[in-house]
Structures are given as C-alpha cells and as structure tokens.
Design a binder for this molecule. Sequence first.
Ligand SMILES: [Zn+2]
Length: 140
Amino acid sequence: MTRSKSLLINILRNEGLRYTSQRRAVWNELKSSADHRDAEDIYLCLRRKKIRVSRATVYRTIDVLVKNNLVRKMELGDGRALYEPRIGNEHHDHIICLETGKITEFYNEDLEQLQEKIVKQRGYELVRHVHQLFVRPLKK
Ligand SMILES: [Zn+2]
C-alpha cells in the first residue's frame, strides 16, 4: 500500500468516514495538479473521467482533506475558495489578480521574518499565516 493511500485511510477513519474509491478519486484528482482549483472544477474533472461521485461527496471529502492538512484552502474573500495539494508543496503566499483571476505564488524570507517579529513583539508565537495580495495589472 502506498504511503499516500494509508494516510488517506487513516484520516478518513479518524473522521468516521469509510475509505471508498470515490473519496480516493477526489484525493488523487487534487494531488494530480499543483493548480489552484475550486471544488466544482474538481467535481467536473471527476465526472469527465467517468467517475460516479456526488457533488456532496466531493465537497465533504475536500473539507476533510483541508482539515487534515493534505489540502490547502485559499479563501478569495468573495465567498469563493480555491484548493491546492499541500504534499510536496512548500509554504508560499499568493498574489491574486482581480482582473484576470491569475494566481501567482511567492515566498519572501523578509516578509516571513517580519511576521514572526510582529507577533513576538505582541507576546505571541506564530502558528500559521495566510497572506494574500489582491492586485490589478498596472496601466501601461
Ligand atoms: Zn499556492
């Protein structure tokens, strides 16, 4: 059994859910690409691949994967959310273009340290952060 499969079985069991080929397919679909995709896109891709899975199963499984840190959820602030696999995916933050919807990943060591410093000065330790920059192209 692959590591990723036993991981999924354990997570589902902890959530009181059975391991099924549909739930497995949701995880496989998510980790097949490093793109940022919404739940509907995952659902439609599975249906296109002739996998008989309900929308509810897809959404519920994604929630469980997010809760257990296999998948990262990015809220766009307008009610939409995008997902990306976390496995083999280093920490990064996002630049989101409001005009084109393009998502750019970035990592900046100075920014990481600054965030640590800011919370430390206020008597906290940083557990995690979400940094999203909403942008629009510069007019040329
Ligand atoms: Zn990303």
